[in-house]
Design a protein around this ligand. Structure first.
Ligand SMILES: [Fe+2]
Length: 291
């Protein structure tokens, strides 16, 4: 199946996006409004954060005990895919505009967050025009989306691999995201792959002119399965390209109180996923307190 790259400015893009989501399960977009220069600068600045010692990064360690969204730094091996024992080979930072952030990174993180949020809301608006949601009950997507409390920009660092000791693990094992939508601007290296509705894996280009969008479990639940969550993974680099990989992404969430299914609100569903991913079994280090 040939991959189609949609044009953000195309007047028929909503229609085409819905067709792609139904037939394939994800979309790629060109002519998007996210500045390539801004993205490049942001990767440069955040790479300096991850280059620091664990002690320095740990000042911003997320608070395990705090209920709800978790802002701050998640060290290497903090998370594994649901149903997978081995942790992913990544460290990351959860940026919320209301959360803890190193002062010198706040401005660029907020710009990236705002740019990704704008795109995510636009794509959600396209989805709301899809007729496959028309049989759903009374709420619509613009009413359930969270703009501030739970929606988060994740900044990821996948370090170079020690091939002797990690085989056959992946940088990130195959999984589905918990949220409504995930917005993926280009990473600094390839490796991200999406599985289409026919079970075929597709390489996501690390071309800054293209942004990828995947569906999350919350939207799959909310749509009563009419949209499928996008299965994705990050494969390992070859030994001759074994460098750090940095990636931004935005998890667009539903508001906490939204009833996604008879069993779950968005808040209880997120809490369940934290348990499934091993995040709540992390010990908060003593360095959690800021100096
Ligand atoms: Fe993911």
């Amino acid at each position: 199946m040939t991959i189609i790259i949609l044009d953000y400015e195309d007047p028929f893009v909503a229609q085409e996006a819905n067709r792609e989501f139904q037939q394939r399960g994800f979309i790629f977009i060109k002519n998007h409004p996210l500045s390539v220069d801004l993205l490049s600068r942001a990767y440069g600045e955040w790479s300096e954060f991850f280059d620091q010692s664990l002690g320095m990064k740990g000042i911003y360690h997320f608070n395990v005990e705090k209920a709800g969204p978790k802002d701050g730094y998640f060290p290497l091996y903090a998370e594994h895919a649901k149903g997978i024992v081995d942790p992913d080979i990544k460290e990351f930072y959860h940026f919320y505009p209301w959360g803890q952030t190193p002062h010198d990174l706040m401005s660029i993180a907020k710009k990236i967050h705002d740019g990704l949020l704008k795109m995510g809301l636009c794509v959600l608006n396209w989805i709301s025009k899809g007729d496959y949601l028309s049989a759903h009950e009374d709420s619509n997507l613009s009413d359930i989306v969270d703009h501030g409390e739970s929606t988060v920009t994740r900044i990821l660092h996948y370090p170079p691999l020690d091939f002797e000791n990690i085989s056959p693990r992946l940088r990130s094992a195959a999984h589905e995201d918990v949220n409504l939508l995930t917005v993926y601007p280009a990473a600094t290296q390839e490796g991200l792959e999406f599985k289409d509705n026919e079970g075929i894996w597709h390489r996501v280009p690390s071309d800054p002119s293209i942004v990828a969008i995947g569906i999350g479990d919350m939207l799959a639940l909310w749509s009563r399965g009419r949209l499928q969550a996008t299965t994705h993974r990050v494969i390992n680099p070859s030994p001759d390209h074994n460098y750090s990989r940095y990636a931004f992404l935005l998890f667009l969430h539903a508001k906490n109180y939204v009833q996604l299914s008879p069993e779950h609100t968005a808040a209880s569903y997120l809490a369940q996923r934290f348990r499934d991913n091993g995040v709540l079994t992390q010990r908060t280090p003593k360095i959690h307190q800021k100096f």
